[in-house]
Design a binder for this molecule. Structure first.
Ligand code: KIV
Length: 278
């Protein structure tokens, strides 16, 4: 990790040099700043925002406005990492024109460097048009959460020959359409390895095993802050949720016992001035 900005070209260079790419999600300024200072290569303003920040059941209710709003905050906190805005459900499905316009909003209003969208052949005309508009695109295959109702739940994808062949074809199509990387989510490790070997662009795995060119996790999952459920592929590197509760309980207790605020957290006043107020 160096202080040099991580760009879309850095993704391709990293793959050539066999260097792993790190990605985490971020939705606000202060977290983005911390993660950027820690040296993460890219920050995804994911539509997982809907679940881990807004408390929705899935990602389907997230809007372009939501992503733009949070992306602006993330972009303000970042010096080095590449900021990627997730295109939410229906923002790139209706027409090519609308898709380009929405992708453009992510860059122009959200200050993102790139956008991510889910799907392969079904959205390839939109991907081509967005790339043509000079907006870098990252693809997303496998368990694409915006298709949760079609899949009938959050299930591993690509286990059957038919599904696996389609995923390989979609990956090649996306590469040919000009995406600079592809996220592979909940894909069996051997299939993710095969796709990674077939592509010149990097794969970023989440629940797709260690052979991907990089990894992404939802930050709230990785830091132990999200307790609604824990997918099998998540490793918790900290228990910030528990730490937050401990800190919060201590604050409540000290405040009730009048140990907080103490002198060091309090502003004094000139005694003469005060005496004139009584
Ligand atoms: O929305 C998101 O956070 C994502 C990642 C899980 C890849 O799409």
């Amino acid at each position: 990790m160096s202080g040099k900005k991580f760009t879309t070209s850095s993704f391709i260079e990293a793959k050539k040099k066999n260097e792993k790419i790190s990605m985490l999600t971020a939705y606000d300024y202060s977290t983005a700043k911390l993660l950027d200072e820690a040296g993460v290569d890219s920050l995804l303003v994911g539509d997982s925002l809907g679940m881990v920040v807004l408390g929705y059941e899935n990602t389907l209710q997230v809007t372009v406005e939501d992503i733009v709003h949070h992306c602006r905050a993330v972009a303000r906190g970042v010096k080095r990492a590449l900021v990627i805005a997730d295109m939410p459900f229906l923002s790139y499905h209706v027409s090519v024109e609308e898709s380009v316009r929405n992708a453009g909003r992510m860059i122009q209003e959200g200050n993102a460097h790139a956008v991510k969208l889910e799907g392969g052949e079904e959205v390839i005309d939109k991907v081509r048009a967005i790339v043509k508009a000079q907006i870098p695109v990252i693809g997303h295959l496998g368990l694409t959460p915006q298709s949760v109702n079609l899949f009938g739940g959050f299930k591993v994808q690509g286990k059957s020959e038919e599904q696996a062949k389609k995923m390989i074809q979609d990956a090649l199509l996306l590469q040919e359409a000009g995406v600079f990387a592809i996220v592979l989510e909940c894909v069996p490790e051997p299939l993710a390895k095969l796709i990674t070997e077939k592509l010149d662009i990097p794969t970023i795995g989440i629940g797709a095993g260690k052979y991907c060119d990089g990894q992404v996790l939802v930050t709230q999952d990785m830091l132990g802050m999200f307790s609604d459920f824990k997918p099998k592929f998540v490793k918790q590197y900290a228990q910030l949720g528990e730490d937050m509760k401990i800190a919060c309980k201590q604050y409540i207790e000290e405040m009730r016992d009048m140990k907080f605020p103490s002198k060091e957290h309090t502003f004094a006043m000139d005694g003469d001035v005060l005496s004139k107020l009584y």
